[in-house]
Design a protein around this ligand. Structure first.
Ligand SMILES: [Zn+2]
Length: 402
């Protein structure tokens, strides 16, 4: 599925530059469950069948893509081992460390078990297509091994699938849950939009198809985790690995899937920036205001080679700063400098749709009287600066005063 048919970007400070998300992010679903009795749809594809055969040690007769060796290791962290088929693919300076940390943070957030290292292989589209064997060109994560194949150096969505697959106590949930989690915890898009979401997507048993379905599942999972918490979700996850998913849902959450869907059906719609989980962006000690001057300074360089710049993904690179405000800032008193083609985002770390604060603006908007950075209330937020991969002046600075 392409997203050529997406809604036009909104005007005002939330307007974002257009770009395309790849056609879906996928787990390659096995033709038979990995374990338990949870309903799981089969993909009628040779590769999918072979994934199941590989799991059973029955390699004979499989399509050749599953016999292809993994490419050479180029970087190794605690949780992720990066391999590259083509070392010429551009990688921004902080991408691999961020991948590694992201895998750890997802494991923490979802109370996952297992510490097996994710094999993360980067190659061109042909390399990915050969290994993923999907209906469309898309990155994938193998449901049997957790191996990720992608053309992107920084692709958090597939990592969410991978660490879940590598949890020895879990079998995969149905597609709407797995893709919902990967969408919620797997980074957001830079072309924010406000699609109408449909939580009844959680009742589907077949694989999700289309961007809107991923959004719906992502926001529904955000509601589910906000409503019941990570501990209850872990109970559901483990119960559903040995029993029917619907029964496990009711046992863990005290309501049926249908009751939950009905309960959140009237919820307001929000762009993804207000319901995804910014794990990396809100990680680590926050920057705070200088106690003498009261000014809070966030600065850096948005050059691909910088050690904390991530990407590219869909042609854009980005960096972020976690900060904490102890007092209200003044909407009339801030200074900023940013590259002409950059986008500035300030988003609260906590809270969900619709109360989570999010401001998104281009340089012109940030500098305008009408659309500039509003007064910010005390709390933890992150600043993210992103721009298309390019040369040119890359420095940025935002100074906020009380
Ligand atoms: Zn996915």
């Amino acid at each position: 599925m392409r997203i050529d048919d997406q809604a036009p970007a909104r005007g005002g400070p939330f307007e974002r530059p257009p770009h395309r998300m790849g056609s879906g992010y996928a787990v390659t679903w096995p033709s038979t469950p990995l374990g338990g009795a949870s309903p799981r749809a089969a993909r009628p594809r040779t590769g999918a069948v072979c994934s199941a055969l590989l799991a059973a040690g029955l390699l004979a007769g499989c399509a050749p893509e599953h016999e292809l060796p993994l490419p050479p290791v180029v970087w190794e962290g605690t949780s992720v081992r990066v391999r590259m088929d083509d070392p010429g693919i551009q990688v921004c300076g902080g991408s691999f460390e961020a991948l590694d940390r992201h895998a750890e943070l997802v494991r923490e957030a979802l109370l996952l078990r297992g510490d097996e290292v994710v094999e993360y292989s980067i190659g061109d589209q042909e390399f990915v297509d050969e290994r993923c064997d999907l209906d469309t060109s898309a990155p994938c994560t193998k449901s049997t091994t957790g191996d990720v194949f992608t053309s992107m150096p920084m692709h958090e969505h597939e990592l969410v699938h991978a660490v879940r697959i590598l949890d020895p106590e879990l079998a995969l949930r149905s597609s709407s849950f797995e893709e919902g989690l990967a969408t919620m915890f797997g980074g957001d898009r830079f072309d924010d939009e406000v699609p109408s979401v449909d939580p009844s997507i959680l009742l589907l048993e077949e694989p999700l198809d289309g961007t809107l379905a991923y959004y719906s599942a992502g926001q529904a999972l955000a509601h589910l985790l906000a409503r019941h918490g990570a501990d209850a979700f872990r109970s559901f996850d483990t119960l559903a690995s040995t029993m029917d998913e619907g029964d496990a849902f009711e046992a863990a959450f005290g309501e049926s899937k249908e009751q939950f869907v009905a309960a959140i059906s009237g919820s307001p719609h929000c762009e993804q920036s207000r319901w995804w989980a910014p794990l990396l962006e809100c990680d680590g000690a926050p920057v705070t205001a200088d106690p003498t001057t009261g000014g809070l300074v966030l600065s850096g360089s948005l050059a691909c080679g910088a050690a904390d710049v991530r990407g590219p993904r869909f042609g854009r690179m980005w960096t972020s700063r976690h900060f904490r405000l102890d007092e209200w800032t003044s909407m009339l008193s801030y200074e900023f400098d940013m590259p002409e083609d950059a986008l500035l985002e300030i988003v609260a770390c906590e809270g969900g749709c619709p109360e989570r604060f999010a401001y998104i603006g281009t340089r012109d908007q940030v500098g305008s009287i009408d659309d500039g950075v509003p007064a910010l209330e005390p709390g933890k937020c992150f600043l993210r600066m992103s721009r298309p991969v390019s040369q040119g002046d890359a420095s940025f600075e935002l100074v906020m005063h009380r």
